[in-house]
Design a protein around this ligand. Structure first.
Ligand SMILES: Cc1ncc(COP(=O)(O)O)c(C=O)c1O
Length: 384
């Protein structure tokens, strides 16, 4: 049987990653963009978008996406409450208000039923988070947003490779922003990516944080051709920020990308096996789309279970006593009641987000398909 250390270790790094990273350091091109551009091209081809833009982290990519969608002073964005702060806070940094919506308790993604009444004439964008790899209900969400002229940003930080009805998450809205920090299923250190089919969004994102990438810059070689109204800003970023990706990360990203589908296929097999073993348990349910839906969980980043019994604290304690010390209730904290947001806008009640610690719990993130190992862990979770 595989060891726990090997089962849970991530990312998988081989001599190929090491050589690629060291080559960048030896060549002294950490702050260049040539390798990043290659990575962007390969990533866009893998994802299925026309453009991709590497950033220093996912938060930067989200800020660029907001900016490129017209988010600024006096505007509003809609965001699910239960997510990491970076899905929302970059809108505040641009001078916008964040209006939180509740989550669907089964998908843990924004509830399509809780969106439309929050749209006002000031709403510029809605950000969707495919939570813990689970695709959000994109058909309904995009239809509502299209009707009101609101841009859809996909935060794909948990869901690199997830499919929604057969289509890749990150290709379904107007623009995607993706974290690739060291703990994610697509992990390259501190890094991020913006991806879109929309040339205008791509150019605006580039001009926001990539002063050396837009045309006519005396710093740039080669440069991108951008619209004349942006070209004049070459050499000084409109966002007043520098979002360039470190090329040691781009180099690792190029190697990781080659093996990503194969490695996450094994994760999916392992995680699905775990849940199949527990399918008859009354108080717990898998957090995953139906097997025949064409939707998948990508790399199952930060996986959760759904609790539908009486006392989640007692349940998690039993699992911990049985041997898995990381079984705790909850997921991300609800953002609408965090002082950072609540001091700006009086929070209203969002019951599913507020009850997350009663309805969701942590499960192991298996990286390999080892039946015996997974069966042992499933037995710990079988408590009714
Ligand atoms: C949902 C979500 N959005 C955005 C981010 C921000 O990405 P980064 O940490 O790469 O800035 C993260 C995680 O870190 C995340 O989990």
């Amino acid at each position: 049987m595989i060891s726990a250390e090997e089962m849970f270790h991530w990312p998988i790094v081989t001599a190929e990653d090491e050589e690629a990273v060291v080559a960048i350091m030896r060549a002294g091109i950490m702050s260049g963009t040539d390798v990043t551009r290659k990575f962007e091209k390969e990533f866009a081809a893998w994802l299925g978008t026309t453009y991709a833009l590497g950033t220093c982290n996912g938060t930067a990519a989200i800020q660029e996406a907001f900016y490129a969608c017209g988010v600024g002073p006096g505007t509003e964005v809609i965001c699910p409450s239960m997510t990491y702060w970076a899905s929302a806070a970059p809108a505040v940094s641009l001078g916008a208000d964040v209006v939180f919506a509740d989550i669907d308790p089964d998908t843990l993604c924004i509830d399509p039923e809780d969106i439309e009444h929050r749209i006002t004439s000031r709403t510029r964008a809605l950000i969707v988070v495919h939570y813990a790899g689970h695709p959000a209900e994109m058909d309904e969400i995009c239809a509502i947003c299209r009707k009101h002229g609101v841009k859809v940003i996909e935060d794909v930080s948990h869901a690199q490779g997830s499919l929604y009805k057969g289509r890749k998450c990150g290709t379904l809205g107007d623009v995607a922003a993706i974290s690739m920090m060291g703990g994610k299923s697509f992990a390259i250190g501190e890094g991020g990516m913006l991806a879109t089919n929309d040339r205008e969004i791509f150019e605006k994102a580039m001009s926001f944080g990539h002063y050396e990438r837009i045309a006519a810059s005396r710093y740039s070689s080669p440069s991108e051709k951008v619209a004349p109204e942006l070209e004049k800003y070459a050499g000084c970023p409109l966002g007043g920020v520098k979002h360039r990706m470190n090329q040691t990360c781009s180099a690792m990203g190029r190697v990781q990308l080659k093996y990503y589908d194969e490695r996450t296929e094994e994760i999916r097999k392992a995680m699905n096996y775990f849940w199949d073993l527990l399918a008859d348990c009354k108080s717990i349910r898998a957090h995953r789309p139906a097997a025949d839906s064409g939707s998948t969980m990508g790399g199952w980043y930060s996986p959760a279970g759904l609790y539908r019994g009486g006392d989640i604290d007692a349940y998690c304690e039993k699992v911990r006593n049985a041997g898995f010390e990381s079984c705790w209730p909850g997921a991300n904290m609800p953002l609408h009641i965090h002082p950072f947001f609540a001091e700006r806008r009086k929070p209203e009640s969002l019951p599913h987000s507020e009850n997350i610690a009663k309805n969701a719990f942590r499960i192991p993130w298996f990286k390999h398909f080892d039946k015996e190992f997974i069966e042992e862990y499933a037995a710990m979770y079988r408590q009714d």
